[in-house]
Design a protein around this ligand. Sequence first.
Ligand SMILES: Cc1cc2nc3c(=O)[nH]c(=O)nc-3n(C[C@H](O)[C@H](O)[C@H](O)COP(=O)(O)OP(=O)(O)OC[C@H]3O[C@@H](n4cnc5c(N)ncnc54)[C@H](O)[C@@H]3O)c2cc1C
Ligand code: FES
Ligand code: FES
Length: 472
Amino acid sequence: MWTEYITATSTEQAVRMLAEKGTKARIVAGATDLILELERGVRTGTETLIDITRIPGIDRITMDEDGVIHLGPLVTHNHVAASKLLREKAYPLARASWEVGAPQIRNRGTVAGNLITGSPANDTITPLMALDAWLTLQSSRGERKVKLQDFYTGVRKTVLAADEMLVDIAFKGLDATQHGTFVKVALRRAQAISVINLAIILTLDSATVKQAVITLGAVAPKIIHATEAESYLSGKTLTDEVIAKAAELTRDASRPIDDIRSSADYRREMVKVFTARGLKSLRDGQEQAGMPDDPITLMGTSHSTGANGFSGAHHTEGSVIQTRINGRDYTFTSGFEKTLLRLLREDAGLIGTKEGCAEGECGACTVFLDGTAVMACMVPAPRAHGAEIVTVEGLANGEQLHPVQEAFIQDGAVQCGYCSPGFLMSAAKLLEERSKPTKNEIEQAITGNLCRCTGYYKIVQAIEDASNKLET
Ligand SMILES: Cc1cc2nc3c(=O)[nH]c(=O)nc-3n(C[C@H](O)[C@H](O)[C@H](O)COP(=O)(O)OP(=O)(O)OC[C@H]3O[C@@H](n4cnc5c(N)ncnc54)[C@H](O)[C@@H]3O)c2cc1C
Ligand code: FES
Ligand code: FES
């Protein structure tokens, strides 16, 4: 898929490499979009990947003295969803990130990558557009700031030049008079692309709307503002009639297409319905309902970025990948052009980790990478260099099975068993994160794992039983 893989240790190095390699190189962050684009042949001509995941300090969310919030390029969706600061100052973004994929995808997928892929259905563009965000792009030619509004030139097309790296996402945090929400409509609750999504931010003077911002995703080639609805709401109180009219105006702003997920008519109607619901939830102070206060991330308690002490790497055909899997050192001289899943199965002979879809959808390939649950099919193999990996083979402590393994056996939470390694890994990471999870938290933890034959009742029961066993 790639012929050269450079793991950068500083932004300056990444930018220098981009300048040197030209259009044949691309930055890779979480790889959850890029691997699929390369495998499906959507992105041709890419030979060199420049991995930025080992650059220290660029995964931070901060607020400066002017109340401007900054997201580094390695801030993942789970960082955003778990951030108390963003929950308070940018709830629409926190909600959108929490709605992305499943925990294993959110642990690798970055907001920066989401913005750059630039699909009009991508979830974080809509709230960041409503927040009037701006981006800082760095190249060896210097730095420039671009408003997110001006970043897109069409479907998946941006003004990012081949030699530029996105180094900062910034926006003003919401103040006490501002309230916002994000609504996603999809064909199911996890691992689903938006049929439509929308963000609403209202500035209120007691019950009167001083200013309204409504942005819409997946209803036009780019994220759009419902400008007539925004103007209409200004100076109004949110009565049922006003909300109904604003919802109609928002619907009229949308220009959706028919596609495999929905007809254009359905999309238009959903824009109306969910704009009304969003406005009502804001009026009633219920906009945060449905999102847990402390979402399950499967990040683990001892995760690291893998940046500490990492001195950089340059992989081409035949280069060595040195890694630690299940507490044992491995040296590979093959497989650098593969995914981590294939490296584990084909080169390490660790076939417990399964391939169900190879597209990040099924969770059968879940492993721990530097302490965090990820989909191994979405990780480039060279990312394993200098990393610590745990697969299902490493879950037991010698002869002593992990409590989730015992519970799966006792409860008969297995039929064909193909999905089981992935479920076991998610469950084990959940219990590390929360020793006594609620049923809802168990369900959140396994949203990225599909089982086609056991059914989920026994699996959930087994995880509950394992947690009870850990308690005693
Ligand atoms: C199973 C699955 C479910 C998903 N569900 C959703 C969903 O519900 N909602 C949603 O919006 N998306 C979803 N996605 C898409 C994807 O996870 C997100 O878009 C993610 O945020 C991409 O981030 P990344 O770090 O993985 O990007 P990467 O794949 O690493 O990169 C994406 C693009 O951005 C470029 N890039 C990344 N960082 C930089 C940078 N700092 N500077 C310059 N270029 C950069 C890369 O070169 C590439 O072109 C899903 C993907 C999968 C596989
Ligand atoms: S999620 Fe990796 S194989 Fe399905
Ligand atoms: S046990 Fe067969 S897919 Fe889950």
